[in-house]
Design a protein around this ligand. Structure first.
Ligand code: UDP
Length: 218
C-alpha cells in the first residue's frame, strides 16, 4: 500500500495550491497520488486532472499513509479541519513552492502553504497551517502564531509578532519593530489590503488605510 496526499479545498485556494503540491512531490521524486478533498462533493469527480472526493470518501481510501494540506483561506475552518485530521491520525502536509526562499533558522510548524515567490528570511518562527500567498515575505526575527494567513504580496518586516488567526490582506505593509519592542498584530486581527501598519494592532480589530486605523464596527 502506498502513500496518498491530499489538498483539502477545491475552491480558489485549493486549485492554486495543487500545482505547488505537485511540484513538491516531483522535486522529492515521490510518485504518490494527490487528490482533492472537499465536503461539498457528493460523488468522486475529476478536478484539474486529480480525483476529488469528500472527507468520508477520503477516509475510506486504502493506503498505509495519508497526509493533507488544508488549502482553505478561512483560518477557523483550517483549525477545525486540522483538529479533525489529528483525531483521525492523519498528518498535516506542508507544501513549499520550488522557488520560495527559506533562509537560516526558519522554524515552520506543520501544514504550511508557501506559495511561489515567497521569502522567509532568517531566524523566523511560524506556527501551524500558515498560508503565505504569492510574493509575500517575512523578514528577520518575526514570530508568527498558528493559523495565520497572508494574502498575496504581504510585506512583513523584521521583529514583528503576529498572533494566532490574524489575516493580512493583499499588499499590506507592516512596519518593522525592534528586538526590545516588536510590532504586534493581535490575535484574530484583520489587516485590510494595501494597509500601511505603523504601530501594533490590538487583538480582534480590523485596520485599513495609510497609516492603518481601526475600523469601528457599525
Ligand atoms: N470546505 C470543506 N469543508 C469545510 C469547509 C469548507 O470542504 O468544512 C470547502 C468548501 O466546500 C469550499 C472550500 O472549502 O470548496 C472553501 O472555499 P472558499 O471559496 O470559501 O475559499 P478559498 O479558501 O478557496 O479562498
Amino acid at each position: 500500500m502506498t502513500k496518498l496526499c491530499a489538498v483539502y479545498g477545491v475552491s480558489g485556494c485549493g486549485r492554486s495550491l495543487m500545482p505547488i503540491a505537485r511540484q513538491q512531490l516531483a522535486r522529492e521524486q515521490d510518485a504518490s497520488e494527490i487528490v482533492f478533498i472537499d465536503d461539498a462533493l457528493t460523488d468522486i469527480a475529476m478536478v484539474n486532472g486529480h480525483r476529488a472526493m469528500n472527507y468520508a470518501q477520503f477516509l475510506k481510501e486504502q493506503t498505509s499513509e495519508k497526509s493533507v494540506l488544508i488549502a482553505i483561506a478561512n483560518s477557523r475552518v483550517r483549525e477545525k479541519l486540522a483538529n479533525r485530521l489529528s483525531e483521525d491520525g492523519i498528518a498535516l502536509w506542508s507544501v513549499v513552492a520550488d522557488n520560495a526562499v527559506l533562509m537560516d533558522e526558519t522554524d515552520i510548524a506543520e501544514g504550511c502553504a508557501i506559495s511561489p515567490f515567497v521569502s522567509i528570511t532568517s531566524n523566523i518562527k511560524i506556527g501551524k497551517c500558515f498560508h503565505a500567498n504569492l510574493y509575500s515575505y517575512v523578514e528577520h526575527d518575526c514570530v508568527i502564531g498558528d493559523f495565520v494567513t497572508f494574502a498575496p504580496g504581504v510585506k512583513c518586516n523584521g521583529n514583528i509578532h503576529i498572533e494566532d488567526h490574524a489575516y493580512i490582506g493583499a499588499g499590506a505593509v507592516i512596519k518593522q519593530g525592534t528586538p526590545e519592542k516588536p510590532l504586534v498584530i493581535g490575535k484574530g486581527a484583520i489587516v485590510g489590503m494595501g494597509a500601511v501598519v505603523t504601530k501594533s494592532v490590538p487583538a480582534g480589530v480590523t485596520v485599513v488605510g495609510n497609516p492603518a486605523r481601526i475600523v469601528e464596527p457599525k
